[in-house]
Ligand binder design. Sequence first.
Ligand SMILES: [Zn+2]
Length: 303
Amino acid sequence: MSRCQSRWNRATSGRRANVTPWKGDVVETLSPALDRLFGLRLRHGLAVGGMTYGDAKLRALCGLDELLLEESDGVPAALVTRLLANVITSIGAVAPIDPTHIRQLTIGDRERLLLGLYAGTFGAHVDTLIACDACHAVTEVPLDLIEALGDVREPSASEGVFTLDSKTIRFRVLTGADQERAAAATLENPDAGAATLLGACLNDVTATDAPGRLQSALEDALHAADPDADSEVVVPCATCGGMMRGVLDGFALLRDTLRPGPSVLEDVDRLAAAYHWTETAILSLPTERRRRYIALLDRRAAA
Ligand SMILES: [Zn+2]
């Protein structure tokens, strides 16, 4: 399976990447942006009214977002849309942001926002586990997400061209709407994702006599045009010396970090009993700060 095929499969199936967070104690990790909004530059941006905006402003995760993840059973792409619409307060001059805007964003920009959301909520440092394909050893690899995201100096084009058998193929970068459509279609038919992928071609490609080669060339072109959709981590394996490759998956990182803890409703129960705050007030606390209050209650109970 090529790198790009794995990207598309991951985008449509929501299957977990092989980079998973180390199950460390995140309670003690102080977030650098607990209350403040934090900014992130998009690579393709949001086009509205003839303008394209690239500067997104987000807030850190709070209990309301966690409840959304706990209580919704939609496909991951649809959950990502709802989650990002919750936490993004503006993109350039566009505010408020709703799910329609988030569906317009490229898969790579959505991935940047998820990794940025993780960094803004839990801090940029994440200890990940990567399995070596050659010797199957699992190694802990520390990563700085802000460094991994890199800087975007110039907006990237949302359309491109490549040549296949001397025919010029025009394509557009895939969006969250494509991702949602493909994810829903693959629930019915596992092969439906490929049809959505070919929908990125702007030429009439139905007459091509090499659909497999076209798909492969298109995946390569999409990877080059939207590299954040497939942020790779490449590090040497300490056991066999081969290169280990992992794909950063922002949604999996967030879910795997939130999941080992108690349900957010258990936190509401404990904090309401201790401080008599309302459910709304507790669910509106940034996740990191709520966890610090819970740690205080734990310490008080242990004293
Ligand atoms: Zn190895």
